[in-house]
Design a binder for this molecule. Structure first.
Ligand code: SF4
Length: 398
């Protein structure tokens, strides 16, 4: 398990907008400074719902990566790659599909939700049912310790953990497991004795603190390779070798980014401001936004709580501006166009560095391809190691 490793991805199914920036990418930019981040262009996932509109996928891939880079995702700090270019995602998905009961997939809450939401599409497909398992493979192939998700995606992480557990139970028992585990204990040196004592306390008395202490001891041990570490993680709890470690959800706050009509910003509501919208279009779109319907004339007082523009002030404005809006709106002291101006300026200000960072990639698209191909190569080296272990564990090591 790589406790500090993060896996996250986005589907390339159209232009990114400020909802994506505030909901996901801004968080990535922060996470990449503290974690070993793998950011994935989830093109296989795009196919699970857009299998009949493939042209949009290729077009969106490069634009999407430019948007990431423009937002401050740094290829020096994070690994950026395309899912389908790392074939081990598909391979592990297939391997896991052999041990995953159908019922586990059918009861993932988003399965029925998405079917209802996208009812104009035929999603009674094998690929769509299996997409949470593909997600599990995405995470497990890197042994990622953390996956940033919103509340609604937590069941997917639970499924990933269940699948990993099942896989480890089925295949984690090497024929000479005890022997290998004892040899690994010796490699810890003096701390080996302490590890054995903690293990006994946990196994005999159910002492949870001893379990935690033994885990910490393993994490701190410098002399262990990954394979031995995974073996000892299993040995500690009297299980087999942990081949696919269970990841944790890293809960992220739901995006509060409102769209131009007050609903959540979303392409399907046609209420978006794209990530690199020109200042003229930003201005045009915000100036055309609906306001409190009760404010028909300039002289009518309004109520910010009934106005979508206010929601944008909540995202973009400081306390002083918000006070100015509240006082001016409720007393008809300001007009709506006047009220919208600080929001327009804030959005343009936010996008300015994005335009600047995007410039060099737009001028040289090969630069983007190089970043992605380098990321794919790095990702594949890690994924290949996992698949080697998975194949051996499943008896396919020939
Ligand atoms: S003044 Fe501002 S908050 Fe009030 S209705 Fe107009 S746009 Fe909305």
């Amino acid at each position: 398990m790589f406790a500090n490793r993060i896996l996250s991805g986005m589907r390339p199914t159209g232009s990114l907008h400020l909802g994506h920036y505030h909901g996901v990418i801004k968080n990535w930019v922060e996470l990449q400074t503290r974690h070993d981040c793998y950011f994935m262009v989830a093109d296989w996932h795009a196919l699970t719902t857009n299998y009949d509109e493939v042209a949009i996928i290729e077009k969106s891939i490069w634009e999407m990566v430019i948007d990431w880079l423009a937002s401050g995702v740094d290829p020096e700090q994070a690994t950026i790659f395309i899912q389908s270019k790392v074939p081990q995602h598909a391979e592990l998905h297939l391997a896991l599909s052999m041990v995953t009961p159908l019922g586990w997939l059918e009861r993932v809450p988003t399965y029925k939700d998405q079917m209802d939401k996208l009812n104009h599409k035929d999603l009674a497909t094998y690929g769509f049912l299996g997409y949470p398992l593909l997600q599990a493979a995405d995470i497990l192939v890197y042994k990622a310790g953390l996956v940033p998700v919103g509340e609604d995606q937590v069941p997917h992480i639970e499924l990933t953990r269940e699948v990993a557990r099942r896989f480890n139970n089925l295949y984690g028992r090497e024929p000479n497991f005890e022997e290998l585990a004892k040899a690994a204990v010796k490699k810890i040196g003096k701390a080996g004795k302490q590890f054995e004592q903690l293990r006994t306390r946990y196994l005999q008395d159910g002492d949870g603190e001893a379990l935690l202490a033994a885990r910490e001891l393993l994490a701190a041990s410098q002399n262990l390779g990954n394979s031995d570490r995974e073996r000892l993680q299993g040995y500690l709890e009297n299980k087999g070798k942990i081949i696919l470690p269970e990841s944790e959800a890293l809960l992220t706050a739901a995006s509060k980014m409102p769209g131009l009509d007050g609903n959540k910003m979303s392409k399907s509501y046609k209420n978006t401001i794209t990530m690199r919208e020109t200042p003229e279009d930003v201005s045009k779109k915000i100036r055309a936004m609906p306001t409190d319907p009760a404010r028909v004339r300039r002289t009518d007082a309004g109520n910010p709580d009934k106005c979508p523009v206010w929601q944008l002030h909540e995202v973009y404005s400081g306390d002083d501006t918000k006070e100015w809006v509240k006082a001016g709106c409720t007393s008809a002291g300001i007009g709506c166009l006047e009220c919208k101006q600080p929001v327009i300026e804030a959005v343009v200000r936010e996008q300015q560095p994005m335009f600047e960072r995007a410039e060099k990639y737009l001028a040289n698209p090969n630069l983007v391809k190089e970043i992605v191909f380098e990321g794919c190569h790095k990702a594949e080296l890690v994924a290949r190691e996992t698949m080697k272990e998975v194949r051996e564990a499943m008896g396919l090591g020939y």
